[in-house]
Design a protein. Structure first.
Length: 525
């Protein structure tokens, strides 16, 4: 083999190894481990399946890869499987590797980008296997197994002119039953896709890799800054680096080395509540949840400070305690939030919801068209495959236009969360709850998309008393019903203003009716 052919062989090995690595990722096998061009046998025992070893739990795939292009076309012949001087795939040497490495769930495969066999002496010992054993779904190869009854006949014993094998069997006293097991484990795959070894003029294998990269979600948010061809060039180069160092790497290592975002671009979704001052009512949450489930699509509206986010965050806690799956997206958490602009973008909205689905239903990864992409189509696809009750909560929608109007980097096109919400297909088991101040931007959801509005009730006097108690203001006698009533009336049942009142009272030496009356009206705060 010439030096150029040898280099092409390595280049093809890197390409086909890249294919198998991507296929593991696309099939949801995130725990797979890849050993590339690393010997696993000991001493003088050959390892003829060391080009690529894929381990996933107790399942192991061992592959030997051979390549020929259109100019140096190679056809599988009997000589190649009989004598070991050609391509190092003689059956008796493959058997030695198998014997040293075989486990209950191991597959041993020759991956040959060669033409299928034509000579009668070889075809008679080969059994064509079902097409589902091919390494490719959308490309036709042929997979064979050795028929030991045609290779190594008994009564009388006859090796049908496989002289090297016969000599090996006699010299090493090989057990025929064991060799038969080897033949049943060995897969010989031919007619693998050819490669141009250049992505700018792709051949069959490069086209398959391009399709894989698209299915991975390369070029789509959150990897929309990555070009598919650039990604594949980096992948194949990285696999070449693994090969030259006989590396053992995980799926996570590969994705990290290629700087692929696998979190869908999610942001932390947390609305901070001081639990020492948290006022809860499971009765209220249960009642609202029943209303939401019966309505399917709900807008929870309330004036500033009415406690919408407080209520929704406690609702999430209530639902999770009752084993109901909840997904959330906060368009706003605080004015100090470093991601204040990202939270109102459509991309982040999809990223958070899809990330939540993957964590709650990890097996659904396999139904996605683009594994790491976050967009409307992928969200709708996932929702159609969820069978148990699911609640999606989106809060702070009234902040979108406020953030947009003060931003120099955001655009209307990038912040169309409301329009995106209107296009979500909601199966009967999915409930969507939106939290917002009363703003005109939500009217089209009520008028055209069957969203029902629910006004968040003002706090009652019992809620007020509970928060007063939790603040523990020594100057306030919580048994003084008149004082509690005065505080409640002053707050108008608004939790934010009530908190302001209580913080003011905490800093006062003496609490009196006159002090409470002197506080500014809520509208002034």
């Amino acid at each position: 083999m010439s030096l150029n052919n040898a280099h092409e062989g390595y280049d093809y090995q890197d390409l086909i190894s890249s294919y198998f690595i991507l296929e593991e990722i696309l099939n949801g096998n995130r725990e797979s481990i890849f050993s590339i061009d690393k010997k696993h046998t000991k001493g003088d025992t050959p390892d003829r399946f060391d080009d690529l070893v894929i381990t996933n739990g107790d399942k192991i795939q061992r592959k030997q890869i051979k390549y020929s292009n259109e100019q140096t076309s190679v056809r599988l012949t009997k000589d190649y499987l009989s004598a070991d001087s050609h391509y190092k795939i003689a059956l008796h040497k493959l058997y030695e590797s198998w014997k040293a490495l075989n486990t209950t769930h191991s597959e041993f495969r020759l991956c040959l980008a060669w033409d299928e066999p034509a000579e009668e002496n070889l075809l008679k010992v080969l059994n064509l296997q079902p097409s589902n054993l091919s390494s490719f779904d959308s490309f036709s190869t042929k997979v064979f197994k050795i028929d030991i009854n045609k290779l190594w006949e008994i009564e009388p014993e006859n090796f049908n002119r496989w002289d090297s094998l016969k000599q090996y069997v006699k010299e090493n006293n090989i057990d025929r039953d064991e060799f038969q097991t080897f033949c049943e484990c060995l897969l010989i795959e031919v007619s693998l896709p050819k490669a141009s070894l250049q992505f700018n003029s792709p051949n069959e294998l490069e086209e398959i890799l391009i399709s894989q990269a698209a299915r991975l979600g390369v070029g789509q948010y959150p990897n929309d800054d990555v070009n598919i061809i650039d990604f594949l060039v980096r992948l194949v180069k990285q696999v070449g680096n693994y090969r030259t160092s006989s590396a053992v790497v995980t799926t996570s290592d590969v994705l990290k080395d290629l700087r692929i975002k696998t979190d869908f671009g999610e942001l932390q979704q947390k609305f901070e509540i001081d639990q020492s001052k948290n006022v809860k009512s499971d009765c209220k949450y249960s009642s609202f949840y029943n209303f939401a489930v019966s309505s399917k699509k709900v807008i929870l509206s309330g004036e500033p400070g009415s406690g919408k986010s407080w209520f929704l965050t406690n609702l999430i806690d209530y639902l999770e305690r009752n084993k109901t799956t909840v997904l959330r997206h906060y368009c706003f958490t605080s004015t100090e939030d470093e991601f204040i602009e990202k939270r109102v973008s459509s991309n982040t909205f999809f990223g958070n919801i899809i990330s939540g689905i993957e964590k709650a239903f990890p097996m659904l990864t396999k139904v996605k068209n683009q594994i790491f992409a976050a967009n409307l189509d992928e969200l709708n696809l996932l929702l159609q495959n969820i069978e148990e009750p699911l609640v999606i909560i989106v809060d702070g929608l009234d902040h979108i236009n406020r953030v947009l109007s003060s931003s120099i980097s955001l655009s209307k096109e990038k912040t169309q969360i409301l329009e995106n919400i209107s296009q979500i297909n909601t199966p009967d088991n999915v409930t969507i709850i939106l939290g917002s101040q009363p703003v005109d931007e939500l009217n089209f959801l009520k008028n055209d998309f069957s969203y029902r509005e629910h006004q968040l009730p003002a706090w009652n006097i019992q809620d007020t008393k509970e928060l007063v108690i939790k603040h523990g203001i020594t100057q306030v006698d919580c048994n003084d019903e008149d004082l509690i009533t005065l505080i409640h009336e002053k707050s108008e049942g608004n939790p934010l203003y009530l908190t302001y009142i209580l913080l003011t009272l905490e800093n006062s030496k003496v609490v009196s009716n006159d002090l409470i009356h002197s506080l500014p009206l809520m509208i002034s705060i």
